[in-house]
Design a protein around this ligand. Structure first.
Ligand code: 6GU
Length: 246
């Protein structure tokens, strides 16, 4: 079976969007993964097709109804049940490469994109949703977050990227370090030379220089990643322990 994503959204026209281009798009056309965008509004119960309502307790904005969202999830899961249901929200746990690897290693995901103020808490709990955020800033909806998460997962699927890129992901990403800087021709440009060692043809020296550059930039820019790199390798599974992983 191919890795399958079902998106639940009020804006299905946003998909596949950028994922229809480049390597992800080619993989999609070749059947290496599949994507189905569902309009949440198709699961509205009333003749006004309402999907949201005002929040109990008052306040601004609208909340997606649990019955409508639950029906949409039911239809999506029926196609391939053994998948996590992910709710994209700035309240979620931060997406990182370890979680991306776990999701890519599974059979796919159902991705719920919120709009308005959010989704009724009861359906989040009833469906055992995994709540995920892509960073500490606020987007106007979960759609761009879903596209981001999918891009990160799909590039890890077998056959989507060339062998060279796959190998790079293994050696770099798995180490938890930032990448070393890259250079190409011309060897001198605007009075700036390429680091001498890269022109030496000395493969061990080049590897050592790149490693040192990776460590330097990680220490400087991301002390949090550096600390994690130093203390642990891998660690507990990112999804393990979550009800949706069962
Ligand atoms: Cl997943 N959704 C929204 N609306 N904003 C976000 C986000 C998600 N992650 C970061 N900001």
């Amino acid at each position: 079976m191919t890795w399958r994503a079902d998106i639940l959204t009020l804006f299905p026209e946003m998909f596949p969007g950028p994922l229809g281009l480049s390597l992800a798009g080619r993989g999609l056309r070749e059947g290496l993964w599949s994507l189905f965008a569902h309009d949440i509004r198709e699961h509205a119960k009333d003749r006004h097709r309402s999907v949201d309502d005002t929040p109990f307790g008052g306040g601004a904005g609208m909340v997606l109804r649990p019955d409508v969202v639950d029906a949409a999830i039911g239809v999506a899961l029926a196609e391939a049940p053994a998948r996590p249901v992910i709710y994209l929200t700035p309240r979620g746990r931060l997406l990182d490469q370890a979680l991306v690897r776990e999701l890519a290693a599974g059979s796919g995901a159902v991705l719920l994109c919120g709009r308005y103020e959010g989704v009724d808490q009861r359906v989040i709990e009833a469906r055992g949703m995994l709540e995920i955020s892509i960073g500490d800033y606020v987007l106007s909806g979960g759609e761009l977050a879903a596209l981001t998460l999918l891009d990160a997962c799909v590039r890890l699927l077998p056959g989507v990227m060339g062998a060279a890129e796959s190998a790079a992901e293994e050696s770099h990403g798995a180490e938890g370090l930032l990448e070393y800087p890259h250079y190409t021709r011309p060897a001198e440009w605007a009075g700036r030379a390429v680091p001498e060692v890269l022109l030496s043809g000395h493969h061990a020296a080049i590897a050592a220089w790149r490693r040192a550059e990776s460590e330097k930039v990680t220490k400087e820019r991301r002390p949090d990643l550096w600390a994690r790199h130093e203390t642990s390798r891998g660690g507990a599974g990112a999804i393990a322990g979550h009800p949706a992983a069962a």
